[in-house]
Design a protein around this ligand. Structure first.
Ligand SMILES: Nc1ncnc2c1ncn2[C@@H]1O[C@H](COP(=O)(O)OP(=O)(O)OP(=O)(O)O)[C@@H](O)[C@H]1O
Length: 300
């Protein structure tokens, strides 16, 4: 595949740097005098060429994280870097350059980044104008997988699912070093979704493209190499081939399993005992405590 998808040398911003990394990342939206904490301390590292799915309930901060990685929204606090470029400090100009040369964006609302009066192919060619890397052939391959290889309609006359295929074709045609995709196949039926995923994974593997992809669809997530679950604006768990694990944050915190959250509300006291280098025992203080009547001096 790599021959077919061959391109000029990639723009190397920092050879050894992760595709994306963030630590203690916080984002607060301020709307009409009210603060909404969308991200509450996210720690995450995505290596070059790694494919990562972001999952989590609605409102857990997935899209916010993606717009920060895209350099569209500046984080309120914490650190976020793309290939070694600090997103908090980068000038508007270098963020623009980063998006042009390094990132492929397919954010929510597939049609927002498309020229509606142009055809699918016209959109790909437009996106590749002056691009330091990029392959119209890859764009056409994605269109073909989505059944749009021969289509003279302007994108504005296409259905939402067809526009989603075009948006993915445009994003992939740029041969980005990091593809950011928010629900990239949400409008597609299962057959089209699987065909598109095949091409996406195939091209990404051939090009060494890292992917950070938001999805609610476990099938889509399963095509990525890592599955990260966000909860309440933090990384809660990660699924690997060997199981689903809680993730220790930079501050040493871990989230409670969902099933225990109602039983152990904020402020609950727990005893945390290390019973070996690889084992931690957490018990509710209530269960550890003797009944009051059994306590020395207990009166009830
Ligand atoms: N532009 C905005 N202005 C104000 N609050 C916002 C904005 N965007 C998101 N939020 C709030 O930030 C929190 C995280 O939202 P976000 O969209 O990042 O979550 P999400 O996990 O992507 O949700 P979904 O799966 O529904 O897309 C939510 O409480 C949301 O209401």
């Amino acid at each position: 595949m790599s021959g077919r998808h061959g391109s000029s040398a990639p723009t190397v911003l920092s050879a050894e740097a992760p595709a994306f990394s963030c630590s203690s990342l916080v984002h607060v939206y301020r709307v009409a005098g009210t603060d909404v904490a969308a991200l509450r301390g996210v720690d995450l590292v995505v290596q070059p060429g790694q494919r990562v799915a972001l999952l989590g309930p609605s409102g857990s901060g997935k899209s916010t994280l993606l717009t920060i990685v895209a350099g569209i929204v500046r984080p309120s606090a914490g650190r976020a870097e793309i290939f070694g470029t600090d997103l908090s400090r980068a000038s508007a100009r270098s963020l623009h350059e980063l998006r042009r040369s390094t990132l492929g964006l397919m954010l929510q609302g597939a049609s927002t980044n498309l020229l509606l009066h142009e055809t699918a192919t016209g959109n790909i060619l437009w996106a590749l104008r002056g691009s330091p890397r990029g392959s119209a052939a890859v764009g056409r391959e994605v269109l073909e997988a989505g059944g749009l290889s021969i289509d003279a309609r302007p994108v504005g006359a296409m259905s939402p699912s067809e526009q989603q295929v075009v948006a993915l074709a445009v994003a992939m045609a740029g041969l980005p070093r990091l593809l950011l995709a928010d629900e990239p196949t949400s409008q597609l039926d299962d057959v089209a979704r699987d065909r598109l995923l095949d091409v996406m994974v195939d091209v990404a593997a051939a090009q060494g493209t890292a992917i950070l992809l938001v999805t609610h669809d476990e099938t889509v997530a399963g095509r990525m190499q890592r599955m990260i679950h966000l909860r309440d604006g933090r990384v809660g768990e990660e699924e690997t081939e060997t199981g689903r694990y809680a993730v220790v944050g930079a501050d040493g915190s871990i989230q409670l399993p969902e099933a225990l959250r109602a039983a152990w509300p904020a402020g609950s006291l727990v005893s945390v005992e290390s019973s070996g280098p690889d084992e931690l025992r957490i018990r509710s203080a209530d269960s550890a405590r003797e009944p009051r009547s059994g306590l020395p001096g207990g009166s009830s």
